[in-house]
Design a protein. Structure first.
Length: 279
């Protein structure tokens, strides 16, 4: 972390291993007290084992969410882990959440989380970059696995980067799946995992999966993240390549993911911004 390490930190904990790994890293870097706001049916219960206090809420309970943040005693918070996107349409929201959404002409990850960030400002709490304490999980450019890339896959990576850059810049989605020059799936509000699943149904084995952040991405939230849950899906559809951008993606459980990828002959490549290093 580039700034002074806070004594108290609130983790807004979504799905997967990300919140737990961030908590462990924050503790190692000197954070003395960790408070988690966790979400029922979303957050892994193991978060309780790595923080000092946990407040459990349902997605959509915005007033209780703000109250919990105020009671945490922290001046800083970080968002870690996704919330199932479709839950934003399925859960019962309180009046405060409905009021926030009503004010948004466009509803996507950036506008919704940005509005939540504004709520934190109102209670004098700063939302730190989601990459805080996670620098060791952000790979540099290069091929992380065995190098199995074919010329066609390199072409698919370039096409995927071009397409994903466009869709992410339009706040549509970060992930595009390509096979043999054909765009199989583009991420929308359904999220990365559903996009990968759709692509597998359409194109079968051998897909190239590309995930990027938008230009000028607000690093406080929705950073591209790959963990073992996504790796299991890549393995299930027999993907051939996963491409990410250096400095703009978090790779959780890195050693395990690389081991799994090598086991199925899948290449993981981390490119320069916008794939300038792809020949």
């Amino acid at each position: 972390m580039n700034t002074e390490v806070p004594e108290v930190l609130t983790i807004i904990a979504g799905k997967g291993a990300y919140p737990r790994l961030l908590a462990e890293s924050a503790r190692k870097q000197g954070v003395k007290k960790l408070f988690a706001v966790a979400f029922k049916k979303e957050t892994d219960k193991r978060i309780e084992g790595v923080v000092d206090e946990t407040r459990w809420l349902y997605v959509g309970q915005m007033q209780k969410f703000v109250d919990a943040l105020q009671q945490s005693g922290a001046k800083y918070a970080v968002m870690a882990g996704a919330i199932t996107p479709t839950n934003l349409f399925r859960v019962r929201m309180d009046s405060k959440m409905l009021e926030i959404l009503k004010k948004l002409p466009i509803k996507n990850a950036e506008t919704i989380f940005g509005a939540i960030g504004d709520e934190l400002k109102e209670i004098n709490m700063e939302l730190l970059p989601a990459s805080s304490f996670m620098e060791s999980h952000m790979p540099n450019e290069g091929i992380l696995t065995n190098d199995n890339l074919t010329e066609q896959q390199k072409k698919d990576i370039k096409l995927g980067l071009k397409a994903a850059t466009t869709t992410s810049d339009l706040d549509i989605g970060q992930t595009v799946v390509i096979k043999d020059g054909t765009v199989l799936a583009v991420e929308a509000f359904d999220g990365t995992d559903e996009t990968i699943t759709r692509a597998g149904r359409l194109g079968g084995a051998g897909a190239v999966v590309v995930k990027v952040a938008k230009s000028g991405h607000d690093m406080r939230f929705d950073i591209p993240v790959i963990g073992m849950n996504t790796m299991k899906l890549l393995k299930k559809i027999k993907a051939s390549v996963l491409a990410l951008e250096a400095g703009k993606a978090i790779l959780l459980e890195r050693d395990e993911i690389i081991r799994e990828a090598n086991g199925i002959g899948m290449t993981i490549i981390v490119t320069e911004p916008r794939g300038k290093d792809i020949a």
